[in-house]
Design a binder for this molecule. Sequence first.
Ligand SMILES: [Zn+2]
Length: 303
Amino acid sequence: MSESGYVGRFAPSPTGRLHMGSLVAAVASWCDARYHGGRWLVRMEDLDPPREVPGAADDILRTLESFGLHWDDEVVFQSRRHEHYLAALQELHEQGRVFPCACSRKELSGQSVYPGHCRDGLSPGRTGRSERFSFHAGTWSWQDAVQGAQVFDAKLLGDFVVRRADGLWAYQLAVVVDDIAQGVNAIVRGADLLDSTPRQLALRAALAPEFPVSHWAHLPILVNAEDQKLSKQTLAAPIDPEQGGSHLLSALEILGQPVEDLRGEDQGNLEELLNRAAARWDIRKVPMGPIHWQGEGQGAGRA
Ligand SMILES: [Zn+2]
């Protein structure tokens, strides 16, 4: 395939095995990248050791390979990139965009938006615990290939944490620093991250104004019968590489892509199935969701 300049990615957290929700994100981002003649990178978001499961990163990578979801370039592990996040934080400090926050979880309990206590400096005798990005004015908008026009008001989201009180790097900062470093300009991921996107637009504009993300697509989330998002916490069933063909067809069906003619194909040849799906990939067919997903055999229905 020709080099088109498109660089996409899939960025799982190693908190367990892949489930159908994460397979949908992997397949969609892979198909979109290949359809555009672009590159597809994988990044392991392993910044939160207490939530991680030993062996999960290897398991996820082996599962992707077994599906024929081959990545370009080396896998990036966020746990090895501390100094890059520190440099970005330093740069944001120099721009006056971040401030230390002394507020404890208890002090902020019951508030859905940070009230700005420490924005203009810490009160005497208080010490900073976390670092927050100043985000309380202006609107951020983008045209989403699946969810349509999006507009977010920063003051409804509020100043957000970029370095946590426990010293760990916050998701928002690490994602943006890594997307810039990996040359990512196309982001295809779950719609549960929609309200992260305005925060990431702002960080990206601060850290790499000359290199914006040009293509955004937020995929339908899968929910169970109780309308909970499929996740490790809701005990979503891990996908079984032995059932690769039917999982792959399910993922494509969830994504609104035609699968009928693929059912008759050799379902053991996942690379061939994927290549055919990518060649006729049509992101306009992807539903906004959410989608009820009970497991194989029960099909997908709009929630
Ligand atoms: Zn504070």
